[in-house]
Design a protein around this ligand. Structure first.
Ligand code: CP
Ligand code: NVA
Length: 305
Protein backbone atom coordinates (compact mmCIF):
# COMPACT_ATOMS: atom_id res chain seq x y z
CA UNK A 1 0.00 0.00 0.00
CA UNK A 2 1.28 3.44 -0.97
CA UNK A 3 0.46 6.83 0.53
CA UNK A 4 0.96 10.15 -1.27
CA UNK A 5 2.06 12.56 1.43
CA UNK A 6 5.01 14.28 -0.25
CA UNK A 7 6.19 14.70 -3.83
CA UNK A 8 9.12 12.41 -2.98
CA UNK A 9 6.77 9.48 -2.38
CA UNK A 10 6.94 8.59 -6.10
CA UNK A 11 9.89 8.06 -8.44
CA UNK A 12 10.45 9.92 -11.72
CA UNK A 13 9.28 6.78 -13.50
CA UNK A 14 6.04 6.75 -11.52
CA UNK A 15 5.45 10.42 -12.43
CA UNK A 16 5.99 9.64 -16.12
CA UNK A 17 3.38 6.91 -15.79
CA UNK A 18 0.96 9.20 -13.91
CA UNK A 19 1.30 12.01 -16.47
CA UNK A 20 0.60 9.61 -19.33
CA UNK A 21 -2.42 8.17 -17.48
CA UNK A 22 -3.67 11.70 -16.69
CA UNK A 23 -3.56 12.53 -20.41
CA UNK A 24 -5.55 9.38 -21.26
CA UNK A 25 -8.08 9.96 -18.48
CA UNK A 26 -8.44 13.62 -19.50
CA UNK A 27 -9.08 12.48 -23.09
CA UNK A 28 -11.90 10.21 -21.90
CA UNK A 29 -13.45 13.09 -19.92
CA UNK A 30 -13.24 15.46 -22.89
CA UNK A 31 -14.91 12.95 -25.20
CA UNK A 32 -17.66 12.05 -22.66
CA UNK A 33 -16.43 8.46 -22.50
CA UNK A 34 -17.60 6.68 -19.35
CA UNK A 35 -14.71 5.24 -17.33
CA UNK A 36 -15.64 3.64 -14.00
CA UNK A 37 -12.63 1.69 -12.71
CA UNK A 38 -13.36 2.75 -9.12
CA UNK A 39 -17.01 1.60 -9.01
CA UNK A 40 -18.02 0.82 -5.39
CA UNK A 41 -14.91 2.54 -4.02
CA UNK A 42 -15.27 5.41 -1.54
CA UNK A 43 -12.98 8.36 -0.98
CA UNK A 44 -13.12 10.12 2.41
CA UNK A 45 -12.10 13.78 2.20
CA UNK A 46 -11.13 15.50 5.44
CA UNK A 47 -10.81 19.28 5.35
CA UNK A 48 -9.38 21.15 8.32
CA UNK A 49 -8.86 24.22 6.09
CA UNK A 50 -10.99 25.85 3.39
CA UNK A 51 -10.90 24.65 -0.23
CA UNK A 52 -12.55 25.16 -3.60
CA UNK A 53 -10.30 23.42 -6.15
CA UNK A 54 -9.16 20.50 -4.02
CA UNK A 55 -12.68 19.63 -2.96
CA UNK A 56 -14.28 19.97 -6.39
CA UNK A 57 -11.45 18.18 -8.21
CA UNK A 58 -11.38 15.19 -5.86
CA UNK A 59 -15.14 14.97 -5.50
CA UNK A 60 -16.01 15.35 -9.20
CA UNK A 61 -13.02 13.17 -10.12
CA UNK A 62 -14.07 10.31 -7.85
CA UNK A 63 -17.66 10.36 -9.15
CA UNK A 64 -16.37 10.37 -12.73
CA UNK A 65 -14.34 7.23 -11.92
CA UNK A 66 -17.52 5.53 -10.71
CA UNK A 67 -16.85 5.87 -6.98
CA UNK A 68 -18.35 8.02 -4.26
CA UNK A 69 -17.11 10.45 -1.62
CA UNK A 70 -17.64 11.32 2.03
CA UNK A 71 -16.84 14.92 2.96
CA UNK A 72 -15.76 15.71 6.54
CA UNK A 73 -14.62 18.95 8.11
CA UNK A 74 -13.20 19.72 11.52
CA UNK A 75 -16.41 21.53 12.44
CA UNK A 76 -18.85 18.77 11.52
CA UNK A 77 -16.92 15.71 12.72
CA UNK A 78 -15.42 14.50 16.00
CA UNK A 79 -12.02 15.71 14.73
CA UNK A 80 -13.05 19.15 15.96
CA UNK A 81 -13.89 17.71 19.37
CA UNK A 82 -10.41 16.33 19.99
CA UNK A 83 -10.90 12.71 18.93
CA UNK A 84 -7.31 11.51 18.48
CA UNK A 85 -6.12 11.48 14.86
CA UNK A 86 -4.98 7.85 15.29
CA UNK A 87 -8.51 6.77 16.31
CA UNK A 88 -10.06 8.74 13.45
CA UNK A 89 -7.67 7.04 11.02
CA UNK A 90 -8.51 3.55 12.30
CA UNK A 91 -12.25 4.18 12.01
CA UNK A 92 -12.43 6.10 8.72
CA UNK A 93 -10.08 3.68 6.96
CA UNK A 94 -12.23 0.65 7.91
CA UNK A 95 -15.18 2.07 5.97
CA UNK A 96 -13.55 3.75 2.97
CA UNK A 97 -10.97 2.81 0.33
CA UNK A 98 -8.96 6.02 0.12
CA UNK A 99 -8.53 9.13 2.27
CA UNK A 100 -7.58 12.67 1.25
CA UNK A 101 -6.64 15.10 4.02
CA UNK A 102 -6.07 18.87 4.10
CA UNK A 103 -4.70 19.92 7.44
CA UNK A 104 -2.17 22.06 9.31
CA UNK A 105 1.06 20.37 10.50
CA UNK A 106 2.43 17.63 8.25
CA UNK A 107 2.96 15.42 11.32
CA UNK A 108 -0.82 15.08 11.56
CA UNK A 109 -1.16 13.51 8.12
CA UNK A 110 1.81 11.24 8.85
CA UNK A 111 0.14 10.03 12.05
CA UNK A 112 -3.12 9.45 10.17
CA UNK A 113 -1.29 7.46 7.48
CA UNK A 114 0.49 5.35 10.08
CA UNK A 115 -2.85 4.15 11.47
CA UNK A 116 -4.74 3.97 8.17
CA UNK A 117 -5.60 0.69 6.44
CA UNK A 118 -5.99 2.50 3.12
CA UNK A 119 -3.87 4.93 1.06
CA UNK A 120 -3.77 8.52 2.29
CA UNK A 121 -3.35 11.54 -0.03
CA UNK A 122 -2.03 14.95 1.04
CA UNK A 123 -4.54 17.62 -0.06
CA UNK A 124 -2.24 20.33 1.43
CA UNK A 125 -0.41 20.70 4.72
CA UNK A 126 1.47 23.71 6.07
CA UNK A 127 4.61 22.16 4.59
CA UNK A 128 3.64 20.50 1.27
CA UNK A 129 1.07 20.53 -1.56
CA UNK A 130 2.10 17.64 -3.85
CA UNK A 131 -1.18 17.27 -5.79
CA UNK A 132 -0.88 20.90 -6.90
CA UNK A 133 2.69 20.48 -8.14
CA UNK A 134 1.69 17.31 -9.99
CA UNK A 135 -1.01 19.34 -11.77
CA UNK A 136 1.42 22.20 -12.46
CA UNK A 137 3.97 19.85 -14.02
CA UNK A 138 1.31 18.13 -16.12
CA UNK A 139 0.16 21.56 -17.31
CA UNK A 140 3.71 22.59 -18.18
CA UNK A 141 4.24 19.35 -20.14
CA UNK A 142 0.94 19.81 -22.03
CA UNK A 143 1.96 23.32 -23.12
CA UNK A 144 5.71 23.02 -23.55
CA UNK A 145 6.87 19.38 -23.30
CA UNK A 146 9.40 17.99 -20.82
CA UNK A 147 10.39 20.19 -17.88
CA UNK A 148 13.82 18.55 -17.50
CA UNK A 149 16.58 21.17 -17.73
CA UNK A 150 14.11 24.07 -17.53
CA UNK A 151 14.04 26.98 -15.05
CA UNK A 152 11.07 27.69 -12.79
CA UNK A 153 11.07 31.08 -11.02
CA UNK A 154 9.40 31.05 -7.61
CA UNK A 155 8.52 34.60 -6.47
CA UNK A 156 7.17 34.93 -2.94
CA UNK A 157 6.78 32.97 0.25
CA UNK A 158 9.02 30.00 1.12
CA UNK A 159 5.84 28.03 1.81
CA UNK A 160 4.22 24.62 1.15
CA UNK A 161 4.20 25.24 -2.62
CA UNK A 162 7.85 26.36 -2.67
CA UNK A 163 8.96 23.31 -0.67
CA UNK A 164 7.14 21.01 -3.06
CA UNK A 165 8.62 22.74 -6.13
CA UNK A 166 12.08 22.08 -4.65
CA UNK A 167 11.30 18.38 -4.20
CA UNK A 168 10.02 18.17 -7.78
CA UNK A 169 13.11 19.95 -9.18
CA UNK A 170 15.40 17.55 -7.37
CA UNK A 171 13.52 14.49 -8.65
CA UNK A 172 12.71 15.57 -12.20
CA UNK A 173 15.88 17.41 -13.17
CA UNK A 174 14.96 21.08 -13.43
CA UNK A 175 16.02 24.18 -11.48
CA UNK A 176 13.97 26.48 -9.25
CA UNK A 177 15.07 30.10 -8.94
CA UNK A 178 13.73 31.12 -5.54
CA UNK A 179 13.24 34.72 -4.45
CA UNK A 180 11.57 35.39 -1.10
CA UNK A 181 11.63 38.40 1.23
CA UNK A 182 14.09 38.14 4.14
CA UNK A 183 12.64 36.06 6.95
CA UNK A 184 10.46 34.00 4.58
CA UNK A 185 13.17 31.88 2.96
CA UNK A 186 12.69 28.23 2.02
CA UNK A 187 13.91 25.87 4.71
CA UNK A 188 16.10 23.32 2.94
CA UNK A 189 15.97 20.91 5.87
CA UNK A 190 12.20 20.95 5.77
CA UNK A 191 11.93 20.75 1.99
CA UNK A 192 14.31 17.81 1.66
CA UNK A 193 13.70 16.25 5.08
CA UNK A 194 17.42 16.47 5.84
CA UNK A 195 18.18 14.08 2.94
CA UNK A 196 20.79 14.82 0.27
CA UNK A 197 19.54 16.54 -2.89
CA UNK A 198 20.90 17.30 -6.34
CA UNK A 199 23.34 20.24 -6.22
CA UNK A 200 21.89 23.16 -8.15
CA UNK A 201 18.27 21.98 -8.15
CA UNK A 202 17.48 25.37 -6.63
CA UNK A 203 19.20 28.76 -6.49
CA UNK A 204 18.36 31.71 -4.26
CA UNK A 205 18.04 35.30 -5.56
CA UNK A 206 17.59 38.38 -3.38
CA UNK A 207 15.88 40.28 -6.23
CA UNK A 208 12.80 38.65 -7.77
CA UNK A 209 13.71 40.20 -11.16
CA UNK A 210 16.94 38.16 -11.13
CA UNK A 211 14.99 34.99 -10.29
CA UNK A 212 12.74 35.57 -13.31
CA UNK A 213 15.55 36.32 -15.77
CA UNK A 214 15.54 33.62 -18.46
CA UNK A 215 12.88 31.51 -16.68
CA UNK A 216 10.67 29.07 -18.60
CA UNK A 217 7.93 29.32 -16.00
CA UNK A 218 7.17 32.07 -13.47
CA UNK A 219 5.01 31.14 -10.51
CA UNK A 220 3.89 32.62 -7.22
CA UNK A 221 1.39 32.15 -4.42
CA UNK A 222 -0.46 34.19 -1.81
CA UNK A 223 1.58 36.28 0.62
CA UNK A 224 -0.27 34.73 3.56
CA UNK A 225 -1.10 31.04 3.50
CA UNK A 226 -3.97 29.47 5.42
CA UNK A 227 -3.09 29.19 9.09
CA UNK A 228 -0.78 32.24 9.05
CA UNK A 229 -3.47 34.94 9.06
CA UNK A 230 -2.14 36.50 12.30
CA UNK A 231 0.99 37.54 10.33
CA UNK A 232 -1.04 39.25 7.62
CA UNK A 233 -0.02 42.85 8.34
CA UNK A 234 3.72 42.10 8.67
CA UNK A 235 3.57 40.03 5.50
CA UNK A 236 1.84 42.75 3.48
CA UNK A 237 4.80 45.04 4.21
CA UNK A 238 7.53 42.43 3.72
CA UNK A 239 6.15 41.09 0.41
CA UNK A 240 5.36 44.42 -1.30
CA UNK A 241 8.15 43.96 -3.89
CA UNK A 242 7.32 40.28 -4.53
CA UNK A 243 4.53 40.93 -6.99
CA UNK A 244 4.76 39.26 -10.40
CA UNK A 245 4.21 42.05 -12.91
CA UNK A 246 4.74 42.65 -16.63
CA UNK A 247 8.35 43.72 -15.99
CA UNK A 248 9.18 40.39 -14.35
CA UNK A 249 7.49 38.48 -17.15
CA UNK A 250 9.45 40.57 -19.68
CA UNK A 251 12.83 39.34 -18.37
CA UNK A 252 11.71 35.69 -18.44
CA UNK A 253 11.92 33.71 -21.72
CA UNK A 254 9.57 35.11 -24.41
CA UNK A 255 7.53 31.90 -24.29
CA UNK A 256 7.52 31.68 -20.47
CA UNK A 257 4.31 30.52 -18.82
CA UNK A 258 2.75 32.00 -15.69
CA UNK A 259 1.17 29.73 -13.05
CA UNK A 260 -0.55 30.28 -9.71
CA UNK A 261 -2.13 27.51 -7.65
CA UNK A 262 -5.04 29.87 -6.79
CA UNK A 263 -6.85 31.48 -5.06
CA UNK A 264 -5.05 34.65 -6.21
CA UNK A 265 -5.04 38.22 -4.95
CA UNK A 266 -4.68 40.53 -7.93
CA UNK A 267 -2.54 43.55 -7.03
CA UNK A 268 -0.72 41.64 -4.28
CA UNK A 269 1.39 38.64 -5.38
CA UNK A 270 0.45 39.09 -9.06
CA UNK A 271 -0.83 41.92 -11.23
CA UNK A 272 -4.10 41.42 -13.11
CA UNK A 273 -2.46 41.89 -16.54
CA UNK A 274 -0.18 38.91 -15.82
CA UNK A 275 -2.67 36.44 -14.35
CA UNK A 276 -5.30 37.43 -16.92
CA UNK A 277 -2.75 37.84 -19.71
CA UNK A 278 -1.65 35.62 -22.62
CA UNK A 279 1.18 33.81 -20.77
CA UNK A 280 -1.06 32.69 -17.91
CA UNK A 281 -2.26 29.07 -17.87
CA UNK A 282 -3.92 29.22 -14.44
CA UNK A 283 -7.30 27.87 -15.62
CA UNK A 284 -5.74 24.84 -17.32
CA UNK A 285 -3.67 24.40 -14.16
CA UNK A 286 -6.80 24.38 -11.98
CA UNK A 287 -8.67 21.97 -14.27
CA UNK A 288 -5.68 19.64 -14.41
CA UNK A 289 -5.92 19.11 -10.65
CA UNK A 290 -8.85 16.85 -11.45
CA UNK A 291 -7.19 14.90 -14.25
CA UNK A 292 -3.93 14.18 -12.40
CA UNK A 293 -5.77 13.28 -9.20
CA UNK A 294 -7.97 10.82 -11.11
CA UNK A 295 -4.76 9.18 -12.35
CA UNK A 296 -3.40 9.27 -8.79
CA UNK A 297 -6.50 7.63 -7.26
CA UNK A 298 -6.55 4.98 -9.99
CA UNK A 299 -2.86 4.25 -9.35
CA UNK A 300 -3.15 4.08 -5.56
CA UNK A 301 -6.13 1.70 -5.75
CA UNK A 302 -5.44 -0.37 -8.86
CA UNK A 303 -1.72 0.05 -9.57
CA UNK A 304 -0.60 0.26 -13.20
CA UNK A 305 -3.53 -0.59 -15.46
N1 CP B 1 -4.98 25.37 -5.22
C1 CP B 1 -5.76 24.84 -4.27
O1 CP B 1 -5.40 23.89 -3.57
O2 CP B 1 -6.98 25.46 -4.15
P1 CP B 1 -8.08 25.27 -3.01
O3 CP B 1 -7.51 25.86 -1.75
O4 CP B 1 -9.27 25.99 -3.50
O5 CP B 1 -8.33 23.79 -2.83
N1 NVA C 1 0.05 28.35 0.10
C1 NVA C 1 -1.40 28.40 0.06
C2 NVA C 1 -1.91 27.47 -0.99
C3 NVA C 1 -3.41 27.46 -1.14
C4 NVA C 1 -3.88 26.47 -2.15
C5 NVA C 1 -1.95 28.01 1.43
O1 NVA C 1 -1.40 27.10 2.05
O2 NVA C 1 -2.90 28.65 1.87
Amino acid sequence: MKHYLQFTDFTADEYNYLFSRAAIIKGKFKSYEKYHPLADRTLAMIFEKASTRTRVSFEAGMYQLGGSVVHLTTGDSQLGRAEPIEDSARVISRMTDLVMIRTFGHDKIERFAEYSRVPVINGLTNEFHPCQIMADLFTYIEHRGSIAGKVVAWVGDGNNMANTWLQAADLLGFTVHVSTPGGYEVDEKLAFGGKPHRAGCYKVFADPMDACRGADLVTTDVWTSMGYEAENEARRKAFADWCVDAEMMAVAKPDALFMHCLPAHRGEEVMADVIDGPQSVVWDEAENRMHVQKALMEYLLLGRV
